[in-house]
Design a protein around this ligand. Structure first.
Ligand SMILES: [Mn+2]
Length: 358
C-alpha cells in the first residue's frame, strides 16, 4: 500500500499544488486501504491524512497503516477545512468528477479567500490502470469464484426455468463460493432475448433450443470479476454452433494478439474486422471489445474504437466479442485477462471450446 502512496506523490510533484483532496471512495481505498463508504484523504509531499466519522473509527485504524487518522467532527467539511488551514495549504486540487457542486460550494464558503480550489481529472485513476501484484491476486480470486458459481449454476438450466431463477442461483452460488456481492446485476437472457447485450433477467422461461447468455461476476475485497458464457438448452442447431465458433474465433484472435503497447482500438479492430468478414459487422457487434476492471467494474483503458491509449503491462481487461441478431438471439464470450509485455495471462477458466449443450 505504501508503494501506491509513494508513486502517487511522485505524480503530484508535477502539479504545482500544496496538496490534494481525494473524495472518490475507490481512489481513497486504493491509496489508503480504507474500505468504508465515507471518508476523505488529504495528501501532499509530507502529509497523508484520512478523515472519517464515528462509524468507521475502529475499522479505519485496523485497515489503514500509512495515514494519520483524523476524527470528523459534526460536519465533514468543517473538519476538512480545519485540517487544510492547519497545514497552511492554499492551492488544493480536488477530484472534479467526484466532488458535487454542492460540496464544492460548501468548501469554497468555508475556506479563507486566499485558498484556491483547483479541479483535477484522473488524479488517481491513471495510476490504477496498472494493477499491482496484490490487485491481480484479488481479481484472479474474484474470477475463480465466478468460474465455480457458473459451473454450479449450469445443472439447473432446464426447459421451464425462468431467467430470473437462473440469475438468482448464480448469485447464490457466488456468495456461497466466497463473494461479498455481485460485480453488477447478473444478466441472464434466453432465446430471442439473447440478442439483448445487457438485458435484465426476466420471467421468461427457457425453452428447448434457446441460447442462454449469462454475464456476471463476483465482488471480492472490492475487486470486480466479469465473465460471460452462452450455452444452449438441448441440442444446438448448426446455425447456433456456427455463430458460436465465429465469436469464439474472434475472441481467440484478439487474445492471441493482445500484449502491452498495442493501442486499445487496434485490439478492438482485430475482433471487429474478423466478425465483419464473417457477415457480423456494424450493429451486429455494437459494443466495445473490452474494458478494464478493478475497484470499479468499468475502468480505462478500454478495447474500443475510441481508445487511443496503449494498453500497459499490468492492465486487467475483459475480451468480450458478441454478435446479436434481433429476433433470433445472440452469443457473447467474455474472459478476463492480465496484459503482459509478451502476451496475456487468462484469469478465466470456464470452458468455452464448444457451445455447451444442456
Ligand atoms: Mn464486461
Amino acid at each position: 500500500m505504501i508503494e501506491r502512496l509513494q508513486k502517487f506523490r511522485e505524480n503530484l510533484k508535477n502539479l504545482n499544488l500544496d496538496g490534494v483532496l481525494i473524495s472518490n471512495s475507490e481512489n481513497s481505498r486504493y491509496l489508503s486501504g480504507f474500505s468504508g463508504s465515507s471518508g476523505v484523504l488529504l495528501i501532499s509531499a509530507d502529509t497523508a491524512a484520512i478523515i472519517t466519522d464515528f462509524r468507521y473509527w475502529e475499522q479505519v485504524s485496523q485497515e489503514v497503516k500509512d495515514f494519520q487518522l483524523y476524527k470528523q467532527g459534526p460536519n465533514l467539511w468543517q473538519s476538512i477545512v480545519a485540517l487544510v488551514q492547519k497545514l497552511h495549504w492554499t492551492k488544493i486540487g480536488f477530484e472534479a468528477a467526484t466532488l458535487t457542486y454542492q460540496d464544492y460550494q460548501t468548501f469554497c464558503n468555508l475556506v479563507p479567500k486566499n485558498v484556491q480550489l483547483i479541479p483535477q481529472n484522473n488524479l488517481v485513476e491513471h495510476q490504477r490502470w496498472v494493477k499491482d501484484t496484490a490487485e491481480i491476486a484479488l481479481l484472479s480470486t474474484a474470477e475463480q469464484i465466478t468460474d465455480r458459481a457458473f459451473a454450479e449454476t449450469l445443472p439447473i438450466i432446464k426447459p421451464g426455468i425462468k431467467e430470473r431463477e437462473i440469475a438468482l442461483e448464480f448469485d447464490h452460488q457466488l456468495r456461497l463460493q466466497g463473494a461479498e456481492g455481485n460485480s453488477f446485476t447478473t444478466i441472464v437472457v434466453s432465446g430471442a432475448r439473447s440478442a439483448l447485450p445487457h438485458g435484465e433477467a426476466s420471467d421468461k422461461k427457457v425453452a428447448v433450443g434457446d441460447l442462454v447468455t449469462i454475464d456476471g461476476g463476483a465482488l471480492f475485497q472490492g475487486y470486480h470479476a466479469d465473465m460471460t458464457r452462452t450455452v444452449v438448452v438441448g441440442k444446438g442447431s448448426e446455425e447456433q454452433k456456427r455463430l458460436y465458433q465465429v465469436v469464439l474465433q474472434a475472441q481467440e484472435l484478439a487474445l492471441q494478439s493482445l500484449k502491452a503497447g498495442l493501442i486499445g482500438f487496434e485490439v478492438d479492430k482485430i475482433a471487429r474486422d474478423f466478425l465483419s468478414q464473417h457477415g457480423y459487422g456494424g450493429d451486429k457487434f455494437g459494443h466495445g471489445l473490452g474494458h478494464s476492471v478493478g475497484l470499479n467494474i468499468h475502468e480505462s483503458p478500454r478495447l474500443a474504437v475510441t481508445e487511443q491509449n496503449p494498453i500497459p503491462a499490468g492492465a486487467v481487461i475483459t475480451v468480450e466479442p458478441g454478435v446479436y441478431i434481433p429476433g433470433w438471439g445472440g452469443v457473447r464470450i467474455e474472459d478476463l485477462v492480465v496484459v503482459k509485455l509478451d502476451g496475456i495471462r487468462n484469469l478465466t477458466a470456464s470452458p468455452k471450446k464448444e457451445l455447451i449443450e444442456l
